[in-house]
Design a binder for this molecule. Structure first.
Ligand code: SF4
Length: 243
């Protein structure tokens, strides 16, 4: 029997705690009613829980290579559940002007035309800048998906190489990665409890549907398959470890 790794054991315990906190927070919001507002509140609450764990945690930004202007990771495909996609679309409708919204939608449509349906391997889906990447920064940073919050790296070169290589070799902050991944799992567990779809969607394709259809959230809540064809297609060789 190999010796238990104390770091991974601590990360696994942290994962359980954040997942449980996230599930409880989302469940409380979703219990109010089956409405778009309750879904958006649930997503925001879970992000708040994860952010609070991060503030109390050991992650030192100075130990990471991540900084404004470095955007290798924003050239990778992103997966997010429908609730998160719909929350981003609602926030953009609230906060962006009509011309900004039209510009964002045009960028989303243009990227979707190039990437729709492709499996997430470097050969089948070569790196493309995310539709929300503007001047090296994320246009939706405060409302970005959990996977974008979880991603981090101690080595900028590894992020660059990871874009073209089949197998990822990364050094990263396990606490940050575990916190946001566990938070998303807590949200998904609460959605599943209410019989709402929690499967990962490909961000660009799903954003196109959410932005082109004002009633997407109502229809999704009624159980319509509004995001059919937008399913995430991750390559299992390119998964990083989680606690
Ligand atoms: S949503 Fe933002 S953080 Fe995520 S890949 Fe796109 S630009 Fe990068």
């Amino acid at each position: 029997m190999p010796e238990p790794n104390p770091l991974m054991a601590r990360a696994a315990e942290h994962h359980r705690l954040v997942l449980s906190d996230g599930r409880t927070a989302a469940d409380d919001r979703l219990a109010v009613d089956r409405s778009p507002g309750a879904v958006y509140d649930a997503v925001d609450a879970v992000v708040g829980i994860a952010d609070a764990h991060m503030r109390r945690g050991p992650t030192e930004a100075s130990s990471l290579a991540c900084k404004r202007g470095c955007a290798h990771c924003c050239h990778r495909p992103v997966g997010a559940p429908a609730a998160v996609v719909l929350r981003i679309a609602a926030a953009l409708r609230e906060q962006a002007s009509e011309s900004e919204l039209a510009e964002i939608l045009a960028r989303v449509v243009s990227l979707d035309e190039k990437t729709h349906g492709a499996r997430w391997s470097p050969s089948e889906r070569p790196p493309h800048p995310c539709a929300f990447l503007l001047d090296g920064a994320c246009r939706i940073y405060p409302i970005r998906p959990f996977v974008c919050r979880a991603w981090n790296s101690a080595d900028e070169g590894a992020c660059r190489r990871a874009l073209g290589e089949d197998v990822l070799e990364m050094r990263f902050d396990l606490f940050q990665r575990t916190t946001y991944a566990a938070a998303e799992q807590g949200l998904k567990a609460a959605l599943e409890r209410r019989r709402m779809d929690s499967a990962d969607l490909e961000l660009t394709a799903a954003m196109r549907v959410a932005l082109e259809n004002r009633d997407a959230c109502d229809r999704w809540l009624r159980g319509e398959r509004v995001f059919a064809g937008c399913e995430a297609k991750p390559d299992p060789r390119r998964r990083l470890p989680l606690a």
